[in-house]
Write a protein that binds this ligand. Sequence first.
Ligand code: 13P
Length: 269
Amino acid sequence: MIINLNEAFLKQQNLVAFNFFNVETLAAILDAAKVENKVIILSFGESYISHTPLQVAAVMAKEYSKLYDIPFVLHLDHATKVDTIKQAIDLGFTSVMYDGSRLPLVENIKNTAEVVKLAKERNVTVEGELGYLNKEDGSDQVEVVCTTVEDSVQYVNQTKVDALAIAVGNAHGLYKREPQIQISRISEISAAVNLPLVLHGSSGIPLSILADAYKHGIRKINVNTELAITGCRGIHKYILEHGADSRLENALSEAKANIQASTRQFLKI
Ligand code: 13P
């Protein structure tokens, strides 16, 4: 069954969103969720559309939901265009993220409120973002601009989002040095907005820090890079063992096994 974010939070206190973009990533994540008996979020980034059309991602997720018979959220990640959000809702996505984090606050609020209005009519939940993070693929590693309590209160009150992604020392992709996650800032924002908070860029953050973040107000963590890298390592290992003149489906099976194992680690936090 495909449920929205609020329904998932009613079933489980804390959630992990894993990015998928093809059959292997999708099935590996669902296998792990089934084994660990956890509700998960399947995230599909707007930036993946050039690789996999949005309608194909939606159909894949819907068909796999019948095969696996477990509840999960089908979430559109980092959408910067309202048009993509409208399409995703029409295709059956149950949760969307509007990413206006690079816009001035007033414009971000205006656009997010518009998204919330159209999503609510269809029982779709909305995640907003405040504070500047680098690009979803981890490139463009600039200094993270942390989210403030004041902006969070204003943004949440004026947009009525269901969840808020914040910048507290996290970044997408591989960290160049040990990430310094500001747990006290998470607590302060959580106390002020009383809404599920989201931590993007969770790959590379030690699991003990992620557990601490959960204790202080983060209720959704996002994982992409670690799955992508472990998948590539699986293919690399397969090619080292069998040579490059191999069957692609066998190399992809190795990638899938690695992705499943990594997904399970995050679900154990
Ligand atoms: P990582 O790629 O750093 O795990 O971040 C994923 C993410 O935040 C997707 O929205």
